[in-house]
Design a protein around this ligand. Sequence first.
Ligand code: GTP
Ligand code: MG
Length: 406
Amino acid sequence: MPKPHTTARKMTHSTAPERERAYLVGVQRTDDRDRWRGDASLEELSLLAETAGADVVGRSLQRLDSPNPATYIGKGKLDEIVKLRSRSADDGGGYTMVLFDDELSPSQQQTLEKALDVKVLDRTALILDIFAMRARTKEGRLQVDLAQTEYLLPRLKGQWSHLERLSGASGAPGAIGVRGPGETQIETDRRLARNKITHLKKQIEEVRKQRSLYRRRREREGIPVVALVGYTNAGKSTLMRALTRDTDVYVENKLFATLDPLTRRVYLDETHPALLTDTVGFIQKLPTQLVAAFRATLEELTDATLLLHVVDITHPDAAHQSQTVENTLRELGLAGKPTITVLNKVDQIPDADGRLPRSLEELQSFQSSLTENLPDAVLISADRAWGLDLLRQRIVQSLDLAAVPV
Ligand SMILES: Nc1nc2c(ncn2[C@@H]2O[C@H](COP(=O)(O)OP(=O)(O)OP(=O)(O)O)[C@@H](O)[C@H]2O)c(=O)[nH]1
Ligand SMILES: [Mg+2]
């Protein structure tokens, strides 16, 4: 959701819903083996919150051996955050929701909501919300709907727990009245949710069959598929745009700008057509429900002859981000695919005096060691269309190699 312009916001103040004021909470594990720094993760949560249309008013990171099973953060920290709410907005107070940087268990969420007395959301729910907002195609919507329903199913209980407790107090097991109205409601809700899941899965299966028909047709045509993969906001869609010169490709400086895969035919040179596919970006702590729900879409990747792994080389966490992408690819069984690493946004790498390069050649004159550890990587600026000729050549080489009969 685009951020409303401040004046527009004022003008529509009386009718527009108030923007949520979000307070962010994360836990940094003391034994953090994968070195994902807690503050970087919170920073990402803040971008997610903004993308979802909330204003971030404050944040708190607690170092713990492991999250508290009951309240995720420690009791003292929780009290601190409760007190903060009555403080002034400048002081991080006045929040209308609290966002947690990990997936909370249903009972943690319930406990926290009670203690904080505001809406409590976790990273998973937030990502699901953004996906729901961004899904354009029927398939995308079905997949997000499935992921959301699966996320909600074990949490339905929370909403009705007060009724359930009442019914529990009303008699011995089996006695009349044990199944109070609340309990019935939970059961109904759960049954409806489960039915919905079954139904959605069937519909997704239909779409999947349709897709495999397209794929078979494509195979018959013998055009290789090149898929763009990478962390969210790395510049995949910008590269897709640059290579296809298609301005319909959606680019935005927000997380998960692209949700639905988009395929376009490109000519790499006179004799090499290819189908280029733009895909949903990956993110650290990607909800498992989403990976599962998007399997049908990500199957496009299974089909690809070649992957282009786009990395935003200017991001402070570039190394960690590309590790996350590689892990996700492994989870999807795609680790062995031929891959070209594409280091993007090199137009933003300053020289020693802080000046930005005016061309790729100029950049390479003062930054000769950028690909030292990745000799096969290709440097580009998708935005400025730098380095695309070499990239096309490298794609052709890889495709030719892949086409050699075994
Ligand atoms: N300076 C600079 N900015 C770039 C470059 N490539 C992309 N961007 C910007 O980075 C932001 C994200 O670009 P997208 O192409 O939407 O990124 P994406 O990987 O498709 O992101 P998702 O669809 O969210 O996964 C946009 O603001 C782009 O304008 C580049 O080479 N240089
Ligand atoms: Mg995109």
